[in-house]
Design a protein around this ligand. Structure first.
Ligand code: PLP
Length: 422
């Protein structure tokens, strides 16, 4: 459920007309709803009630400072995968002790930054990383709290580009080598083992892959404890999917997920961490765009929008589906049409949808991509020298621009001319 609905035929974000925002901000732009963020966060909170837990928002899904601050205010910790994200979380006021540092290629500089300012734990992905981290922590007279990310070799049954828990993926250490690697970790002077970590993929629409993986983690917890390790925390990763369209059916709810977690892992008395990204922000955001042309092609009609693959990469990258709805329902657009919906970028991959049945559109009409809050603005680029899309956050009757559209001058001024060309 979200807080984008029609009031007198105009799509609103909470109590704010999207048409009004478009007038002020110009298109394209992303818009997020505070009420939806709240709702989704609370769903996880109540799903895990009764167990000691921390919800660490996966910053990479949507990393605007205003979104981080909103979620932090609700009580979220953060899951970060780079020094940049770590700094974003810190700047949004999140205490280092509530930040989990994930990622397959952490650099020494990133480790130093997090050790210096504080970190809940590093989720270590290899023995190589373990050795570097121990060395750096030891040199700084610190001990780095760690979980080791194990790869449970479970098929997440999602798009291959966002499956991360199969043996052939680059992530984590094979679960079959876990005892050996934990023994190694325990022998290192700069390392303190605190738990186990896993993350098997994103946009999962079934509980079963999670349950298979978590069952393996439960067994591993027993084994590692009997080896003498203190396993007090289990980081279960993110990955719970959202309904983008009819084809996803209805993915499991946070409540069903929480019940399964308690059933499979509850007896271990561990603190539970989860790292949801998409489920918190996905349906809390829309991308709003204007129709530039309706172009008659050889055998089809193209709806050419002012948004493009650089603004919302998911369809080009993963063949992702997004509902596209009119911002204004009116008598003139009740007629049905079938369009290939595309952007202005010079790539055939700049296609949002093929043969999409929708209401007839005319140039100047506004449309909204639903469920665009996660991996939307965060993945945007300035390809074709198209300025990064602005972002807007609504809160009941209020709204605020939380990232401005950069001026072309600003974009061009980032390039520097070498002296020999001056
Ligand atoms: C991407 C990622 C997440 C978030 O995944 P969602 O599918 O957005 O919930 C969580 N943990 C790690 C380690 C990730 O890489």
């Amino acid at each position: 459920m979200d807080h984008f609905s029609y009031k007198e035929d105009i799509l609103h974000a909470e109590e704010v007309s999207i048409q009004e925002i478009a007038k002020e901000v110009g298109t394209p732009f992303y818009i997020y709803s505070t009420a939806t963020l709240r709702r989704h966060f609370d769903l996880f909170e109540s799903a895990l009630s009764g167990v000691d837990h921390l919800i660490c928002y996966a910053v990479k899904a949507a990393s605007n400072q205003a979104i981080l601050k909103t979620l932090a205010k609700f009580g979220a910790g953060m899951d970060v995968v780079s020094g940049g994200e770590y700094k974003r979380a810190r700047d949004a006021g999140v205490d280092g002790g509530r930040i989990v540092f994930s990622g397959v290629g952490k650099t020494g500089a990133e480790m130093k930054l997090a050790l210096h300012e504080g970190v809940r734990q590093f989720n270590v992905e290899s023995e190589e990383e373990l050795l570097v981290l121990s060395g750096i922590a030891h040199d700084m007279n610190r001990v780095a709290p760690i979980s080791i990310r194990v790869n449970p070799d479970v098929d997440a049954k999602t798009h291959e580009k966002i499956a991360t828990g199969k043996a052939e993926n680059k992530f984590g250490i094979p679960i079959s080598r876990a005892r050996e690697v934990y023994a190694r970790a325990a022998s290192l002077p700069g390392i303190q083992v605190v738990g186990i970590d896993l993350h098997i993929g994103s946009q999962l629409t079934q509980l079963l892959p999670f349950e298979k993986a978590y069952t393996k983690i439960a067994d591993l917890t027993d084994v590692l404890r009997s080896d003498g390790h203190e396993i007090k925390r289990l980081d279960l990763g993110g990955g719970l999917g959202i309904p983008y369209g009819l084809e996803d059916g209805s993915p499991p709810t946070p409540k069903e997920y929480g019940e399964m977690v308690k059933r499979v892992l509850g007896h271990l008395n561990c603190e539970i961490e989860i790292e949801p990204g998409r489920l918190l922000v996905g349906n809390a955001g829309l991308l709003v765009s204007e129709v530039i042309y309706v172009k008659k092609g050889h055998d089809r009609e193209f709806l050419i929008l002012d948004a493009a693959m650089n603004d919302l990469l998911r369809p080009a990258l993963y063949e992702a589906y997004h509902d596209i709805v009119p911002v204004k329902k009116s008598s003139s657009n009740q007629e049905n049409a079938i369009y290939d919906v595309v952007g202005p970028v010079c790539e055939t991959g700049d296609t949002f949808a093929k043969s999409r049945a929708m209401k007839k559109c005319s140039p100047g009409d506004l449309v909204a991509f639903r469920s665009a809050g996660a991996y939307g603005a965060a993945m945007a680029s300035e390809y074709n020298t198209r300025p990064l899309v602005p972002e807007v956050l609504t809160n009941n009757h209020e709204y605020s621009v939380i990232r401005e559209r950069p001026a072309l001058e600003e974009i061009i001024a980032r390039d520097k001319i070498p002296f020999w060309l001056k």
